[in-house]
Every structure is written in C-alpha cells, then in structure tokens.
Design a protein around this ligand. Sequence first.
Ligand code: NAD
Length: 481
Amino acid sequence: MSTREFFGHVIDNVEVDSVDGARFDVWNPWKQQVWAQAAEGGEEDAKRAVASARRAFDEGPWPRLGRAERGKALHRLADRIEAATDELATLDTTNMAKPFAQARHDVARTVQNFRFFADHQRESASEAYPMDSGHHSYVEYAPAGVVAAISPWNFPLMMASWKIAPALAWGNTCVVKPSEDTPASVTMLGRLAAEAGLPPGVLNVLNGHGAPAGSALAADPKVDRVTFTGSSATGRRVMAAAATHLAPVSLELGGKGANIVFADADLDNAVYWACEAIFRNAGQICLAGSRLFVQDAIYDEFLRRFVAAAQQLRIGDPFDPQTQFSSLASQRHFEKVSGYVASVQDYGGRVVTGGAAGDGSLVVLPTIVEDLPLTAAPYCEEIFGPVCVVNRFETEDEVVALANDTPYGLNAMVFTENLSRAHRLATRLRVGTVWVNCFFIRDLRTPFGGVGDSGVGREGGNFSREFFTEPKAVIMQIDRG
Ligand code: NAD
C-alpha cells in the first residue's frame, strides 16, 4: 500500500477515485521524484463532474441564493484559503518548484480573487435607461449555468481561482480541471470549498490529462461556458470543442511580451522590472517580458546592469527562504526551454549569460541572449522560461513596429519618464495590457486578456460578469399613454 499523497476528483463535495480507478504520478521537479498520485479522469469522470454541477445549478440553492449570502459563502472560503496559506503554498512549491515566497504570494492573490468577486457581484450596478416612448429598460444579469474551467501549471492555484471566483460569485456552478502537472493545490481548494459549506456540486474538481479529461469537459453539451488558460495551440482545440455546442469561450493564451526601455527611463527601476518580468517564476509566465528592446544610447549600460542583476539572483531549493529562482516545472518543460537556448548559436545569436545549469537539475539559469535575427525561433516563439532576447532600437516608430510584429498580443511594458510618449505607446501597442514603469500589478476591475494568438475575450470586474452571465434586457411599460 502506497503512503504517497493522493489527489482525487472532488465531486458533490466528496473526494473520489476515477470510475475505472486509474491514477497518474505527480512529480516534484526540484527533487525529480514522484511525490503523489492523482486520479486520472476519463470521459465518465468528466460526465460525472458535469452532472453534479448541472444538478447543483438546476436544482440546488446556489444560483438562487441572495447576493449577500453568496458573497458571505465566498468570503468564508477565502478565510479557509487564507488560513491554509502555508499548506497550499507548500503544495504548489512541491509540485512545480515555485519559490515558496512566490507561492505564498499566489495564495494571497487567490484570496483576493475570491474576496473581490464576492463583493463585486453584490455591488456592481446594472444599467437602466428611461425611454421617450413611455417605457424604461434595464439589464439583468442571470447566471449562465455550468462553467468548465481549465487551467495551466504555472500559477496552479491562482489561475484557477481567477476563473472559479467570478464564476461562482455570479451564481454559476463549476467544474475545474487543473493541469496534470499540478493537481495538488486545486484539489485542496475543492476540499476547502466543501469545508466552507459550499453546497455539493457548486465546485467540482476533475483531475487528469488534457485529453480525455479536459477535452471531454470542453465538448460536453451540458456545459454553458468554457474558460481556459493555457497555450494557444490548446486554446484552438478548446474553442473548436466548445463550438460544437455553441458554448461561449474565454481564452487566456500565450504571449511574447515586449519590454521597451527608452534612454530617459529610470534605469534602476527598469532593470529591476526587466528581471522580474522574465525571471520571476523562472520565466514561466504568460506575461513575461521575453523580448527586451533597449534604446541605442543606453544599450551597453543597460545590458551590463541587467546581466549583473540576473547573475545575482539566488538560485536553489525552492523551499529555502533565500531562493528567488529555482528549477523549471517539469522534465518535459526543461527539455523544451534548454532546447531553445541550445539553438541560439545556430541562429547566429549569442548567449550573454545563462543556459542549462548542467548539474543534473532541471534548472535553466537566468538567460540573456542578443544578436538573434528577428526570424529566429527563440525570438519569435513563446519559450515560457527564463530566456530574455535583447534588441536595440533608435526611434519610437521603430520600436512600436518591432513590438507589434508578433502574432501574440498579451502585454507590453514601457519604461520612460516622458509622459506623452508613455501615453502614445499605450495607445499604439497592440496588446491587452500595457504597464508603464512597472509590471505584474493588477487591478481586478480592469480587463485582462490578449489579442491575436494571446486570446479571446476579457475577464476582470464587469468583463467577468459579462462572460459568466446571460445579460438580459427587460423593457417595462411605465406610461399607458
Ligand atoms: P496547455 O495548453 O498545455 O494546458 C493547459 C490546460 O489545458 C491543462 O489543464 C491541460 O491539461 C489542458 N488541456 C490540454 N489539452 C487539452 C484539450 N485538448 N482539451 C481541453 N483541455 C486540454 O498549457 P500549459 O503548458 O499548462 O500552460 C502554459 C501556457 O499557458 C503558456 O502558453 C502560457 O503563456 C499560457 N498561459 C496564459 C495565461 C494568460 O492569462 N494568458 C496565463 C498562464 C499561462
């Protein structure tokens, strides 16, 4: 009998094995060991989870609760999550080698997601219009139904909560499928939801691989909304599956973020954020500043400082409180990222610092690359690791063209002390988010999402409400004339 931890599906508030008993190994990438097992969901398990959510939506109390009651229930869940911060962070750190301090930060953001949407659904106003014809009209937001939420491994708990919190807040029920690489923390979230007294079926967790578990969810005609975060290639498959039953999708996909540093920037600030933007979470961030454009006049000075800062990052065991940077999240991902770095020379580029640690670990050191042609794969494709490709530019027009020359369009960063230029670039960059003189700061009321290959739709504040509800027009006759 194995003493390893087990992460089952959570269906109807009960943790269960798969119908056929199948399980898969869960890895600790820092130790390169199996540390747990999870239920391997198949089509039957997906159906079971969706049926539970369907029942809870069609017959259960959740969509019919008053807004205050629903808000209170979600705050209770947030309290539980907060109380379990270290335990949840330990699961994510064990599961994907995220430095523990960063994993704790992710839990804090998870708590914030639940609290924000618990309040937002209660406080947001709907439009009402007096009409000259003697009527007035208003908009009602009815819960959409059953939400399938499919999430990635880079922020296992936080990304899932970004979907679950608004879905539940707006009265839906949910089946969440975490990545097969990181099933632990989301399964624990399912357990906490049951402990917090959410009615059975309101939040179900389905574990398993993209296919068949994820694909069965997206294709299930009993699902009313599909919200997905992951790669652009998978996003296309999810959208096609949801199209078979015309379920609206929200897709948060890959990125190749441009980080633009003008000569008038506060260099200390720009270097700090350039490092955060590509080396936080070992660069496994959709929003990573993976293409860095530095204006000619400061190029050499900036590169010198950036390289020095990258080399000073403390690398090691993700549980060591001093560690800022650790291994990649899986063997498969290590091979992908180190393959890109190894190809740099073939394209005529130069690795200024970094590369695979070469010590048998899954660490790819903070890596800075220059002189790559604009058609080289490591320049054009999403590496999703700690690899920053640096380029020079002279003029504003030139850098806007360079930044926009990508199929992706998730985010960009601009470092300048010139206010007018900052606003001009914010308008001209073809992305969903522009950060000026900062990075990674979120206001949950604003839209989050990308253009082009970076996604479809927006979430956040009222944008989440629009996706997770069926807005309904009600027209009242006031004046019988
Ligand atoms: P992925 O596309 O491989 O997997 C994401 C999820 O989809 C996993 O749960 C996976 O099991 C599931 N899945 C795989 N195939 C499926 C299918 N056919 N049908 C339904 N579900 C399926 O992505 P990943 O490697 O886990 O995550 C990394 C990617 O996510 C990167 O491209 C990154 O940029 C992107 N990402 C985007 C955002 C954003 O907000 N835009 C945030 C985080 C990550």
